[in-house]
Design a protein around this ligand. Structure first.
Ligand SMILES: Cc1cc2nc3c(=O)[nH]c(=O)nc-3n(C[C@H](O)[C@H](O)[C@H](O)COP(=O)(O)OP(=O)(O)OC[C@H]3O[C@@H](n4cnc5c(N)ncnc54)[C@H](O)[C@@H]3O)c2cc1C
Ligand SMILES: NC(=O)c1ccc[n+]([C@@H]2O[C@H](COP(=O)([O-])OP(=O)(O)OC[C@H]3O[C@@H](n4cnc5c(N)ncnc54)[C@H](OP(=O)(O)O)[C@@H]3O)[C@@H](O)[C@H]2O)c1
Length: 384
């Protein structure tokens, strides 16, 4: 499978985007002659790329989205809607732009490294526009039922019922396959505590929390220590009244830390929170091995040592999984070689007006090499 880059300079501005034209493989030709119809349910981060991947494979996607917009939970709304996840007004993504981007569509260099949710949504819109995905999406359309067809064993087909959210009109459709991209944060996990019903104050789940307005000078307890809890606690601490907070004893805190480390060491404890926690590179490699697109760094070292070293020393950005194997992308090399440029670009608010000389770079390289060797020897001799 090969791609022709029609225009490959990475975004001089937002309108100057990467356009990719594909050459079809034999399988793809087959799909195009008798395209399979695929229902994609939901158009958040997952649904968007599901549509694109269907198109890449010569399939015919139809995406049903119950709201009137793309982006799923990254589309911020001032009012909470039950059953619909949504970021808080202040949410900043917790993964850097080079690590979180779609593997064939780098995030513009002008965007901050850790983006506010409005930038994440902007990026999804760029992706959608660049690959012309909007025409495959039916907005305000709710999938209300999904069933295997009576002849599923031979046809593999699905019966889908959709409902237009404006008119209420229902429609029955048949699809060859279904991709469920409805998200996994829409339902609240609301714990109950003894005597909670006697509490006179307000109780709110983070799913319904938007911003700190209305919480000024209140005494607030935030339960949990996930990212939602952390974000809410930090934001509320700026406006809440100071309670009489007393830390546990140092021994109690150390016991707790050791307990948590042991539990993590035994991967994975039975907890809702840990079910989607993985080591990034190991996980990506494992998936890529199945897909046949795990980068072979040894082969790459012989062919393109500069690129191999970049890949080895990281960061291990998603583009690495587009270097070889099925769905490889000729823009991947350039994306990897320029990933630090895009990372550093938004930080250069006061350019120096001159470049660092090569001799200085050489000095730094040798200096860091020396430090690395020293650390390795110390580790090998005394710590292993
Ligand atoms: C507050 C918060 C912050 C997060 N921050 C990060 C982060 O910083 N980094 C990170 O990597 N991940 C983060 N996540 C994880 C998040 O789940 C993913 O980033 C990603 O947005 C999930 O996308 P998705 O497409 O799977 O689901 P969603 O974004 O939830 O999209 C699902 C879509 O399906 C639609 N839908 C649902 N049911 C139907 C139906 N029956 N018919 C039609 N349409 C339907 C919904 O309307 C929605 O548009 C965060 C999650 C939350 C809740
Ligand atoms: N970009 C961001 O900054 C951002 C913001 C919000 C969310 N997110 C993402 O969204 C996803 C969901 O995050 P989340 O924070 O909403 O959920 P979460 O990760 O599941 O965290 C829930 C927290 O509540 C605790 N908890 C659950 N039941 C409890 C009980 N009965 N008593 C006390 N504590 C209880 C859990 O403890 P245990 O761990 O012990 O179960 C955990 O600490 C994650 O992938 C996260 O990264 C990202």
């Amino acid at each position: 499978m090969r791609y022709n880059i029609v225009k490959s300079n990475f975004y001089n501005d937002e309108t100057d985007m990467l356009t990719v034209q594909r050459e079809t493989s034999e399988n793809r030709c087959k799909n195009i002659l008798s395209p399979k119809r695929i229902a994609v349910i939901g158009v958040g981060a997952s649904g968007l790329t599901a549509i694109k991947c269907c198109l890449d494979e010569g399939l015919e996607p139809v995406c049903f989205e119950r709201t009137d917009h793309i982006g799923g939970l990254w589309y911020y709304t001032d009012s909470a809607v039950d059953g619909q996840a949504c970021v808080m007004k202040s949410t900043v993504i917790n993964t850097s732009k080079e690590m979180m981007c779609y593997s064939d569509f780098p995030i513009p260099k002008e965007y901050p490294i850790f983006m506010h949710n409005s930038y994440v949504l902007k990026y999804f819109n760029l992706y959608c526009k660049n690959f012309g995905l909007k025409k495959y999406i039916k907005f305000k359309t709710m999938v209300v039922s999904l069933r295997k067809r009576p002849d599923f064993a031979s046809s593999g087909q699905w019966d889908i019922q959709i409902r237009n959210r404006d008119s209420g009109e229902k429609q029955d459709l048949v699809f060859d396959a279904v991709m469920i991209c409805t998200g996994h944060h829409a339902e609240k996990n609301m714990p109950t505590f003894p005597s909670l019903d006697k509490f006179k104050g307000k109780v709110i789940h983070s799913n319904n929390y938007k911003d700190s307005r209305g919480y000024e000078d209140k005494r607030i307890v935030v339960v949990g220590i996930g990212n939602s809890c952390g974000d809410a606690a930090v934001e509320l601490s700026r406006v809440a009244s100071q309670g009489d907070v007393k830390l546990p004893t140092s021994q109690e805190m150390w016991d707790d830390i050791h307990f948590k480390s042991d539990a993590m060491a035994k991967r994975y404890v039975k907890s809702q929170r840990h079910t989607i926690q993985v080591d990034y590179v190991d996980y990506m490699d494992e998936i890529a091995e199945i897909g046949g697109n795990k980068p072979d760094l040894y082969a790459l070292l012989k062919k393109d040592p500069k690129l191999a070293l970049r890949c080895f020393f990281g960061a291990c950005t998603p583009y690495q999984y587009r270097l070889m194997g099925p769905n490889s992308w000729t823009g991947a090399r350039e994306a990897i070689m320029t990933q630090w440029d895009r990372t550093c670009y938004p930080l250069k608010t006061r350019p120096l007006g001159f470049e660092i000389e090569k001799s200085q770079l050489k000095f730094f390289f040798i200096y860091f090499l020396f430090i690395a060797m020293f650390a390795f020897i110390v580790h090998y001799l005394f710590m292993s």
